[in-house]
Design a protein. Structure first.
Length: 330
């Protein structure tokens, strides 16, 4: 569980990021490249770019293992939506930060071999720091830049929704709806997280950073002394890349029916309430509720009540069906 502790000053110092952060998207997309989660949403992108993954991706994977801690210095604060500013901030990373983060990485991944260049990086060697900065910019150019306008469009859409929520209900309304797991009771915001982690803002405020490649639970930095930031997943258009439906999608629609297939795909993106589900697939609330009930009876999704809402989650069977791994027999 992630707990973010606010003071009254912090509510006045919340900032909603102006757009997608290239460095956070580089880091989080490197996970999507290596993990199986999110196949429905990211599958077309992954199939397009995986053959182009080069040494830059290997540099990132050394600093961001498949599971667990990734070094905080890969995503410096205050660079906004500028890749060049982010890369320059990386090059200026203090030696103490490099050494501490790499020591933390080794401590949290005991026995894991690290490339030889990480020793120089821990000592602040300019050529090692340049290697990392160049890897980030090279990875972005190859893996993200061809799709960046679509990524930005998805993030901008989410930001517009948050601005409307802010106008209608204030920051408390925004915080309470950031994620299906969000629970806001002043002065603490609680969110799903892989481990217990507390951040005391102490008047520093909080940057809310929407992310396209963030999957599942929100994320943040480990070092609570760094400028506080909360990265949360946006609600994505499932057809963000492909103008036409794939053969597997067509087969799924034939099996379940078009609307139910869309409902299952939408729930698989991330857990959501019935209202959020209706918004994702652009259907009336009553229709979304009915189709969710049918999928629940079939064992493809589960539903649980949380306060005044019902939250839907895809089951392993539902995900297997979406990923084409379900061996159904007559």
């Amino acid at each position: 569980m992630l707990r973010i502790h606010f003071t009254s000053d912090d509510l006045a110092r919340i900032t909603l990021a102006t757009g997608a952060d290239p460095l956070w998207e580089v880091l989080l997309s490197s996970y999507r490249l290596r993990r199986k989660e999110g196949a429905v949403t990211f599958g077309p992108w992954k199939r397009d770019v995986v053959r182009r993954a080069g040494p830059e991706a290997r540099v990132l994977s050394a600093l961001a293992p498949l599971r667990g801690y990734a070094v905080d210095f890969l995503t410096p604060a205050g660079t906004g939506s500028s890749l060049s500013a982010g890369a320059e901030a990386l090059r200026r990373t203090p030696r103490t930060r490099l050494r501490n983060d790499l020591a933390e990485l080794a401590r949290r991944h005991p026995g894991r071999p690290f490339p030889r260049w990480t020793r120089g990086l821990a000592e602040g060697a300019p050529e090692a720091v340049a290697l990392v900065a160049d890897a980030v910019t090279g990875y972005f150019a190859t893996m993200l830049d061809p799709f960046w306008s679509r990524v930005e469009a998805q993030v901008d859409h989410d930001r517009s929704r948050r601005v409307r929520a802010l106008t209608e209900r204030g920051w408390e309304g925004v915080l309470a709806t950031l994620h299906p797991s969000a629970s806001w009771s002043y002065p603490v915001l609680e969110l799903a997280f892989p481990a217990d982690h507390d951040i005391h803002l102490d008047g520093r405020g909080l940057v809310l950073q929407p992310s396209f490649f963030c999957w599942g639970a929100p994320t943040t930095l480990l070092d609570t002394g760094l400028p506080p930031v909360l990265i949360y997943p946006v609600e994505r258009d499932l057809n963000w890349l492909a103008p036409t439906r794939s053969t597997s999608q067509q087969a799924l629609s034939a099996l379940l029916g078009t609307t139910r297939a869309r409902v299952l795909e939408a729930v698989a993106v991330s857990a959501c309430t019935t209202t959020q589900l209706a918004q994702r697939i652009r259907t009336p609330l009553q229709t979304a509720s009915h189709q969710a009930a049918v999928l629940r009876e079939a064992g493809l999704i589960t539903s649980r009540r949380h306060r005044n809402s019902v939250i839907h989650t895809a089951t392993s069977l539902g995900r297997s069906l979406l990923n084409g791994r379900c061996g159904l027999t007559s």
